[in-house]
Design a protein around this ligand. Structure first.
Ligand SMILES: [Zn+2]
Length: 329
């Protein structure tokens, strides 16, 4: 077995360990592994590296706003920012992060990017290629009416080598977006399936990481989500279609906490390209949490703002990051 494959298994096990006690990732991981046929983080990182050239654009999407506050969660933006950093440092790539269109979501994602050590750059400047160690953060429409056209325009304009979803709210087969608690949250979320579909149509690599079954990418193991996740098969909203996302990607990474899927992916990309500085360090992790908390980002499980994600405090996230770094370098 290739050495990176062994590392991939260790990373998969670490990020799917259910450390926050939700009990979902551990059940979903075997299905995702079977589907992929090899370690998830390794497969995603290898395909991303194979599909990218120096300076190429990559589209990264994140965004989940959960009840009762409907403010962007801390889980998602940090993982997306970490991947952006890895692409920027390892490949001098142009990361474009796409999120919800409301001002606060945009501020939270920008804060995470800055915490990860990148500058925020306007999209035109970034695509022109005169900005090093930068990323752009853009919003995408919540309206079904404009989403298809906007998605085509965006893919044409950016021409990304890959589309990566990090805890991006994904819809079920009836077109409804749900919270983990089984409620309809469609009006708070970007209709990014049009982007993913357009990318897949054009043969652009698509990757997704999620932790609950209701995110973009989980369509790959929809039956398992219906079977193992609370409200997976039947939701609490009138659609009754369940929270299981039907959004499919080429490679799905399940994870106890989605940010960790992002960190593991950054680490593996950095490893393959021999750039240890690609993955962020615990100081950057602390800074990211401080900056997103200052903007009001919410822990999706605790339901309030603070330096925690999915029920675990910042020190726990720094520890997992340290483990990933120690395993790889
Ligand atoms: Zn529903």
């Amino acid at each position: 077995m290739h050495q990176y494959e062994e590392l991939g298994i260790k990373l998969d096990q670490l990020i799917n360990s259910d450390s926050n006690g939700r009990g979902v990732a551990k059940k979903l991981y075997p299905y995702a592994f079977e589907k992929a046929g090899e370690p998830l983080v390794y497969k995603a990182a290898r395909e991303l590296v194979e599909n990218s050239d120096k300076g190429s654009p990559v589209l990264i999407m994140t965004g989940f706003r959960t009840p009762p506050l409907y403010v962007q969660e801390t889980d998602g933006p940090l993982g997306a920012a970490s991947i952006s950093r890895a692409f920027s440092i390892c490949l001098n790539a142009k990361p474009i992060i796409l999120t919800e269109q409301d001002e606060r979501s945009l501020r939270i994602v920008r804060a995470a990017v800055e915490g990860a050590g990148l500058k925020i750059s306007p999209l035109e400047d970034l695509l022109r290629g005169d900005q090093d160690l930068s990323a752009s953060v853009v919003g995408f429409t919540h309206s079904e009416e404009y989403a298809e056209e906007d998605a085509k325009r965006l893919i044409d304009e950016v021409n990304p080598r890959a589309v990566i979803a990090v805890k991006k709210a994904g819809r079920n087969f009836k077109g409804v977006y749900h919270s983990m608690s089984g409620l309809n949250v469609s009006k708070y979320h970007a209709k990014v399936e049009y982007i993913v579909d357009e990318a897949r149509k054009k043969g652009i690599l698509t990757i997704g990481t999620g932790d609950g079954g209701n995110e973009v990418g989980m369509g790959a193991i929809e039956d398992a989500v219906r079977k193992h996740v609370p409200y997976g098969d039947v939701c609490r909203c009138p659609c009754r279609g369940g929270i299981a996302s039907s959004s499919k990607v080429d490679v799905l990474i399940t994870s106890s906490i989605s940010n960790w899927g992002g960190y593991a992916l950054s680490g593996m990309i950095s490893k393959i390209l021999e750039k240890p500085n690609g993955i962020h360090d615990p100081e950057a992790e602390e800074l990211m949490f401080s900056l997103v908390a200052k903007e009001g980002a919410v822990d999706g499980i605790k339901g309030k703002a603070g330096k925690s994600a999915d029920g675990l405090g910042v020190e726990a996230h720094k520890s997992v990051l340290m483990l990933i770094r120690e395993m790889l370098f």
